[in-house]
Design a protein around this ligand. Sequence first.
Ligand SMILES: Cc1ncc(COP(=O)(O)O)c(C=O)c1O
Length: 399
Amino acid sequence: MGILRDTTVDKFKKYILQTYAPAMLITRGKGSEVWDDEDRRYLDFATGISVCNLGHCHEKVTKAICEQAAKLVHVSNLYYNEVTPLLAEKLVSNAFDGAVFFANSGAEANEGMIKLARKFGSATGRYEIISMVDSFHGRTLATLAATGRAKYRQGFAPDVQGFKQVPFNDFEALKAAVSDKTCAIMLEPLQGEGGIIPADKEYLQQVRTLCDEKNLLLLFDEVQCGMGRTGNLFAFKTFGVEPDVVSMAKAIANGMPMGAFLVRRKYADVLKVGEHASTFGGTPLVSRAALAVLETIEEENLLANCREMGEYLQTRLAEIVKPYPFVQCVRGLGLMIGIVLDHNGNNLRQTILENGLIVLTAGETVVRLLPALNITKEIADEALAIIEKSLEQYSKSLA
Ligand SMILES: Cc1ncc(COP(=O)(O)O)c(C=O)c1O
């Protein structure tokens, strides 16, 4: 190990709370490539967990950050700034008529969305939110209570009250769970952490109708699957079903921390002055970065590229995995792709990393690919070759 890695790891272990177990030391990145402390190059198909969707250090975003940092970084929400409303307008014009609340992370965006649903329900004595088995909504106490993956809640009892989970894509179970206390249904249209599991279109349509009939809010968590990842700026467009509130974070500002939720106009006055706030929410600095991200997605036609490259990767992966019976299927939408194994995916992920490609796992058995939306065919082919080689090595190690 080099001196830089030695000192970094030493200080990390001594001074940082050990809630993470980092795999490697990354020192720089450009586009879909990153380099470690020994200058070894990797392709990055994790993008900071679907954050750097334009790749690392995109020139337009870097320039926007630098210029705004020299002009005005933060004023708090006690004063207007000229940038954040422009961003809100752009998000609204790409989604549905409504209004945005800005926060700093996915969990914080979801926490606000949950508060909005409870405030909406409070007028009729309702507070319960139904979410999905295998969902992931964040690590704050309320978002943990909404999270269907129970392992994340262990050790943090008692759970925040007012949440229950039903199996995903099972409309009858959902319908049966609705009570006179229910105020909202919350789901990821494409589950990420749970294992790259898309909702059925028909299911989402039924859920929409149920919400309309019972006066429930439909809350979509698009923290991971939004911001272009499925080939539309918002994942709900890919499914053709509109929620009442949609949360987003991760990729909005390509690595600058931002979360947000967008509320349909009809419910935009549920939260009133003083009822929700966040000191850093929607600073001019991060808003300027997010505007540059949205402009780049348009200018570089990245949604079309995402659809095209997503289809290409999924088709080629389906061919590559064929000889390996331990691979159950390849699934996903756009550039949110899972290779589903019949056993834990960590060792295969590690083999792929050793061959120069950074990927993630999801659930227990899924190897997850979240490349940048601007990947080229050359980058895709290089990654596919690494996966092909890794599968061959890995299958030998199983024998
Ligand atoms: C669907 C979903 N919601 C919420 C979160 C939480 O986001 P954050 O880590 O920014 O709080 C995540 C993070 O992975 C996520 O995937």
